[in-house]
Write a protein that binds this ligand. Structure first.
Ligand SMILES: NC(=O)c1ccc[n+]([C@@H]2O[C@H](COP(=O)([O-])OP(=O)(O)OC[C@H]3O[C@@H](n4cnc5c(N)ncnc54)[C@H](OP(=O)(O)O)[C@@H]3O)[C@@H](O)[C@H]2O)c1
Length: 266
């Protein structure tokens, strides 16, 4: 696979690294672009093809990943549209809030488009990626599912749920990271050095996630196995709930999803 990553920022970086780490592509088959050429030096040092010319990057690619900000999308689409060969090339957009019909307005009716909503854990092959196809073939979708599957897990969703996916999955990693940081700060208050507190909190979070993913259980079922009667877990949990833990997460995710849906229009 020859890939073009248009927009080598945070998620473009994670994607480039994930593609290589997972063995899906070698650096020499991936062209990464951004306008600031100095910022591409580290990619070049790792063997990626780099450049500031999006058209040139698209010309040589089988798969084009759009990794620019929503407000940068229209200019990029207009720039690459004349180069795009729908028969030969697949467009994968990770851009928040831009519907496939928005992309199609610029790229034409024939364009094969898949929207993807991964998170930065792509770079450690542990992303959750939500996918929705528009005008792409079943084979395209299977290919992209496989691709993101090598960098974690992937799930196909209705495109109308893409803003919800953005909040739960792409922003979600920041929400869980903040939770781990908060737990670690609590850990420091009760006696651990910061580094140990983060290691303990992060591994504990990983264990919690693996219990759910491997056992297919509901979180509350696993919690019931931890909360001894009159014990310290239920005391801690109930205090967190009195302080609004679940409510804060739910409200944050709802706000995030509603803003995700508006970002492209701004
Ligand atoms: N970050 C995440 O975790 C995440 C997860 C899922 C989806 N997304 C979505 O992915 C997109 C990118 O997010 P991000 O966080 O990676 O943003 P970012 O770090 O700002 O990256 C965007 C990149 O696009 C480049 N760029 C801007 N205009 C360009 C152009 N005309 N041609 C080529 N490159 C151009 C920018 O570099 P120059 O200024 O040097 O051009 C920048 O490196 C957004 O739509 C976001 O909603 C992000």
């Amino acid at each position: 696979m020859k890939a073009a990553i248009i927009g080598a920022g945070n998620i473009g970086r994670a994607l480039a690294q994930g593609l290589v780490e997972s063995g899906a592509a070698v650096p020499a088959a991936i062209t990464v672009t951004r306008r600031n050429s100095a910022a591409l030096a580290e990619f070049a040092a790792e063997g990626f093809i780099t450049g500031t010319d999006n058209r040139e990057a698209v010309r040589n690619a089988d798969v084009i990943f759009l990794c620019i900000l929503p407000q940068q999308l229209n200019a990029v689409l207009d720039e690459i549209a004349p180069m795009l060969q729908a028969q030969r090339q697949l467009v994968v957009s990770v851009v928040t809030g831009a519907h496939s019909s928005d992309l199609r307005r610029h790229l034409g009716d024939e364009a094969r488009i898949i929207r993807a909503m991964p998170n930065t854990a792509l770079r450690v092959k542990a992303s959750m990626t939500c996918l929705a196809a528009s005008g792409a073939t079943d084979e395209d979708l299977r290919f992209v599912q496989h691709l993101f599957g090598t960098m974690g897990s992937s799930i196909v969703i209705n495109e109308e749920l893409m803003s919800a996916a953005t909040a739960l999955c792409a922003c979600g990693i920041a929400f869980f990271l903040r939770s781990i940081r908060a737990a670690a700060q609590g850990g420091v208050e009760i006696g651990f050095h910061a580094h140990d507190a983060i290691t303990i909190a992060a591994q504990t979070a990983l264990g919690a996630a693996q219990l759910l993913l491997q056992n297919g259980t509901h979180p509350e079922e696993e919690i019931d196995k931890v909360t001894s009667p009159k014990g310290c877990t239920i005391a801690g949990l109930n205090e967190m709930e009195h302080q609004g833990l679940s409510s804060a997460l739910i409200k944050g995710i709802k706000l995030s999803a509603s803003i995700a849906g508006e970002l492209y229009k701004k």
